[in-house]
Design a protein around this ligand. Structure first.
Ligand SMILES: [Zn+2]
Length: 463
């Protein structure tokens, strides 16, 4: 006997290109997580975890029903830690389709053990390779995109906007759409001097020079090289002065309610773009050059900094609707300032502001608000840990981690940092500044329903 825990894939994955792509991304994340762990073995057709009951993850996702192990008893070793980490990565990759369960909480898997064991027996033998017979078949999804090295986007002309990127396939939330190194990096001050930019461009290969010169210039009449830099450079990190110019990422157009997010990965020195929500095949992929201002200052900044008049779906709303959005953005800004006030955090800590701000962000960004959500969960984490509340801090840490994975990926330094705070909240510098809400990490209540849990988390009853 013993207690089992794990996750089931419900419904099971198909052989469609999208499901294969998502499974491959999940497998990559797991490999990345355990690359230095000799208890996790990469076999020809699956990953084997040499803990507990040796759970497996096959490389062919359509065969998979369950990942689980006994997590108590003499033979389980550290199985619980492995099962919960892999389940969390699955949840981040597949959302509620990865149905996590644990017998500790009286939860049981979706499938019967007989069919689970049958599915595991098929891992050993790979299916014969199927190749698409036509482009139509490829688009409707019978071949793995990643295996064929195909990209998720194509470059197209977009009426009124020059070029842009359009999704070739349905793209799931959190998928990495593109990763790219800059052609070069430059500060705005240096970019304003034409000879500096020309020197940077001269140092490029002929192909790269062509890529640079094919980028859009919204500042016609002034110097071309500086104009292209000003139109296209993206900051290398939040608040960074240095900007990067990219051959493909710079073709991505702006939207005030973006469906994708770009971020600088200082570890790999590259820029990544992730889907903030589900993107349908044929939809334009768009990022936000300017995030949180109300419409008038936002549009003025876009005009001044990037040289265009924004006509995105938010900016084109009727006046009354746009006003609602402006009010939300102003309220978000107010809350953000109140939440960041350090004397308030210390003396009159309130989590309700964070909860209200999350709701407004969700409304304003159509559910695609992972970047500001991640920052906000970090604020909530800091409030909790300042008052020694490790239980809530670990939950906020987990939510911050999940939001970071969506918008920046598992390998981003900010995601790694969020994960560390999730696992070891007490390592934060502010831990113990006050003992007002002291709890241990294991004091997260069990057996509450969703609504009750949120009430506990945000201290809605006790204030
Ligand atoms: Zn706009």
């Amino acid at each position: 006997m013993g207690i089992d825990a794990g996750f089931d894939m419900v419904p099971r994955l198909s052989k469609s290109a999208l499901d294969r792509f998502n499974w491959d991304s999940f497998i990559r994340r797991v490999k990345e997580e355990y690359k230095d762990d000799d208890r996790v073995e990469i076999k020809p057709n699956y990953i084997e975890f040499n803990v507990g009951e040796h759970p497996l993850l096959p490389f062919e996702g359509h065969k998979f029903l369950r990942f689980s192990s006994k997590i108590s008893g003499s033979l389980c070793g550290d199985a619980q830690e492995y099962v919960s980490t892999v389940s969390l990565i699955a949840e981040v990759s597949f959302g509620s389709r990865a149905l996590c369960w644990s017998e500790i909480y009286d939860q049981y898997g979706h499938y019967g053990w007989k069919e689970v064991h049958e599915s595991i027996r098929t891992y050993e033998q790979r299916d014969p390779q199927e190749r698409p017979t036509s482009i139509a078949q490829l688009i409707t999804g019978t071949d793995p995109i990643a295996d064929m090295g195909l990209s998720l986007y194509e470059i197209r002309s977009i009426p009124g906007k020059g070029k842009g990127l359009v999704a070739r396939f349905n793209i799931s939330k959190g998928a990495r759409i593109i990763v790219e190194k800059p052609l070069f990096t430059i500060t705005p001050a240096a970019a304003s001097i034409e000879s500096n930019v020309i020197a940077k461009v001269r140092a490029l290969s002929k192909d790269q020079q062509r890529q640079f010169l094919s980028l859009h210039n919204n500042f016609q009449g002034k110097s071309i090289f500086g104009g292209i830099c000003k139109t296209n450079a993206l900051p290398c990190g939040v608040d960074a002065i240095v900007g990067g110019v990219y051959p493909t990422i710079c073709l991505i157009n702006h939207c005030c309610v973006p469906n994708a997010h770009h971020s600088w990965n200082s570890k790999t020195n590259s820029e990544t773009v992730h889907a903030l929500r589900y993107i349908q095949a044929g939809e334009e992929i768009m990022i936000a050059y300017d995030y949180d201002k109300a419409s008038a200052p936002r549009r003025a900044n876009l005009k001044n900094s990037f040289g265009f008049d924004c006509s995105c779906r938010l900016c084109s709303l009727p006046r009354s609707e746009l006003q609602k959005s402006d009010e939300r953005r102003l309220r978000i800004k107010q809350l953000d300032e109140a939440i960041g006030d350090s004397s308030r955090v210390m003396n009159t800590p309130v989590l309700a502001d964070c909860q209200e701000m999350l709701r407004l962000l969700d409304e304003e960004y159509d559910g695609g608000s992972s970047p500001p959500d991640a920052r906000l969960y970090y604020d909530a984490f800091q409030i909790a840990i300042t008052h020694s509340d490790q239980a809530r801090a670990s939950v906020f840490g987990e939510r911050m981690y999940k939001a970071r994975v969506v918008c920046e990926g598992e390998d981003s330094p900010a995601t790694v940092c969020a994960k560390n705070f999730m696992q070891h909240p007490a390592q934060h510098l502010n831990f113990g500044a006050s003992k007002r809400w002291r709890t241990t990490k294991t004091a997260v209540p069990k057996g509450l329903n969703g609504e009750q849990f949120e009430k506990w988390l945000w201290r809605s009853q006790s204030g």
